[in-house]
Design a protein around this ligand. Sequence first.
Ligand SMILES: [Zn+2]
Length: 444
Amino acid sequence: MTGSESIDPDVRQRVREAAAAVTPDAAEFTAALVRERSVQGAETAAQERVREEMTALGLDVETLTATDVPGIEDHPEFADTGDSYEGRPNLIATLPGDGDGRSLLFNGHIDVVPEGDEDQWSFDPFGGEVVDGEIRGRGASDMKGGLAAMVYAVEALRRAGVTLRGDLLLQSVIEEESGGFGGSLATALAGPEADAVVIPEPTDFDCWIANDGVSYFRVTVEGRGAHAANTDSGVNAAAKLIPIFESLTDLHDERKTAVHDELFERTAENTVSLNVGTVRAGEWPSSVPDEAVLEGRVSHAPAETRADLREQVEARVRDAAAGDPWLEAHPPEIEWFGWRGSSARIDPAEPIVETVQSVAPSVVDHEPRAIGFPGGIDTRFFVNYADTPALCFGPGAHAIHGTDEFLPVEELEQLIAALALIAMDWCGYDIAADATAASEGASP
Ligand SMILES: [Zn+2]
């Protein structure tokens, strides 16, 4: 049986009360994680904190480091972030089910993006305080709160006297903000396998069931340097770059009109986009620039291939250069560099989507919409390389990647209850005969 009918209203209420009871500890745990500045390459201390908490709550924790996965560096999705994986493990904890129910994996990333200009914050980005019902600091919403909720959903189930019939797995992964190569790519390739994956990224309690593929590109145009007094003896590379810039802007306009996926346009303006993010030329006001470079990010919809998209971009650059004798003799160079993420999409009718949509509204006061996210998310690794349906479902996105990030404690409590109920609906469950006594059990 699926749907909200699958959980007895009395049991649901007991789980909600248990979620409320564990929320202060979960909020303090979230705040403690915020106090660890776990930017890319510096996740070790925060992961150790997660391991301690999981262990204290009775979970067995194993580790998986990216370099444990043979051949990962040759995987088409892998890119080198420049940091060694030594001392940067992913954590995998298992709550074994006591029956033959479906297994479920909760996955969350421990890394955060840098704080930016600290002076623009009205509080310490790594102070990790709970003030006026808010957990404050970098990562509170994206996604240390979600990670804490995964862990405390297990504790809420225990206190409510609920045992799951299928296995529940928890993964705390590194490096999501840099592409996820040493994190969820590694865990998706190495297993353990599950029947579905839920990642509590800050989705405003919607279900992200699709994502665009993302690629970075660089176009370099050569000019000929000269002294400004003899400007016309040189060739200004910046001037040669302008038609290419304009042509790429036109491509963005054409693609956003032509490429549609209804999942994305339920909330976003466009399904796909092309952005020129940097433009550089010249070094000195009285010299003719001998080189100009632009870099951009272009996305492709799940129904497109990256190869086709690359050909569109490259053809556009070639066309912009055609007819210019200098550019025909010095063709612009195009590179695809840095990280590139694949697109992914699961069917809105997947049972895990149905589970989230049926059990979440009773606790989050919102009907989760099945939508696409116009960027890279870790679900793509499980969908594309582990053949496992995966979605993101989590709390509000409160100033994520910006200044004054926070997470309301109320949303943390809602998420703990929602994740516990999602696990029960998906894995199946039993209630201990002495559940009332269990619900009064001591917190570790
Ligand atoms: Zn995130």
